[in-house]
Design a protein around this ligand. Sequence first.
Ligand code: PFF
Length: 454
Amino acid sequence: MIKSYERESWASRWGFILAAAGSAIGLGNIWRFPYLAGENGGAAFLLIYLVCIILIGYPLMINEMVVGRKTHRNPVGAFRELAPNTPWWLVGSLGVLAGFTILSFYSIVAGWSLAYIYKTVVGALTPGTDFAGMFVGHITSLWEPIIWHAVFMGLTILVVAGGINKGIQRAVQVLMPLLFILLLVLIGRALTLPGAGAGLTFYLAPDFSEITGRTLLSAVGQAFFSLSLGMGAMITYGSYLRDKDEIAGNGAAVVGLDTLIAVMGGFAIFPAVFALGYDPAAGPGLTFITLPAVFAEMSGGVFFGFLFFTLLAIAALTSAISLLEVVVAWLVDQHRWPRVRAAVVLGVVIFLVGLPATLGYNVLSGVTFLGMDLLDTYDFISGNIMLPLGGLLTAIFVGYVWGTKNAQAEANKVAGAFRIGDWWGFLIRYVVPVAIAAIMFFGIYDTIKSFLAG
Ligand code: PFF
């Protein structure tokens, strides 16, 4: 085990917020959130999601940041330090494994956005195109998605191998606001399409009749996925915080920004889905089918399309960096691997592990798990099982082993900052574990039951 050695810190408050928000804001907001909302009843899902963010997401965000700053360690090292000679470090390992699994399919979807940059530039987004057919054609082709998956993993390796330098931080500082503005433009365009109102009704008027245990599980899983919780990404990023950095407010900024972008993603997509006659329950293709259709209808669509998919790829990259960073930090901290070797070896292995997820759309299309194709299976197991389980165990750890009083003292070290009160300890000890355990139980039960019912 590693004792103390020189470790970097974020240079400023905004450096941390941007990096953590960069991790949180990604495909989860603009690709995963809208399609899950589309499959799970729209407004009802949105509402449940927001409740999950407040009652589970925010308390756990604080939880991870505190553990990170207290120990200045990667997830495995952090648990080892707070509870030496106990098996709690296994929770950190579960996180490392989750990061590994998520990145292997995340990179494939990020590859789709790279492919769509290319498609936009070569003029594929013309009005009247069958965009659903175009998307299916892309993902079912053999080599194209593999090549873009390789390109994306290559970019991720490059950044992580070099350390998270000022370049990325400076770039994100410009690009994230640009993504925000562009989303506003897209929302404006989507809302003014004839027939957009039905999409707004779907997104804003809840109908709870469709809610099942699976819906709740998807909402919790999405809260974890979108906030980068449950696998130690925020422990790792929090481990580079300085003692004078404040936690409650920084955590709130990250959670708030992430939620804002996800909600905006829905406003850009659902009005367009209904106006253009697509099915909101189309699944993972939703964003890649509806937005190109909107671009094709817009004047300057090629320009906006290019910009949008570029920014989506960048948002994905800043998230992928944090996924790979968790795994790399573990090898570097605990096993003393040189950073470059760790990044390259892990990146290549993750690339290979991801291959079945894309082959599931062609040569492996016969392979399914509980009725899901392979990419959905990776996504379901990591997002809906591993992350909530990681969050549940981390809450139990802080709530009952390390102690919420110790965590509160660590979080409240900075005088004058927004303080973490006893309400937080209550949420971490009772509300969070009970809610996650119950929702996981019913969600998995429902998923299996509806599969068996055909
Ligand atoms: N939060 C990212 C997104 O919403 O796209 C995905 C992610 C990154 C999940 C880092 C988990 C993680 F640790």
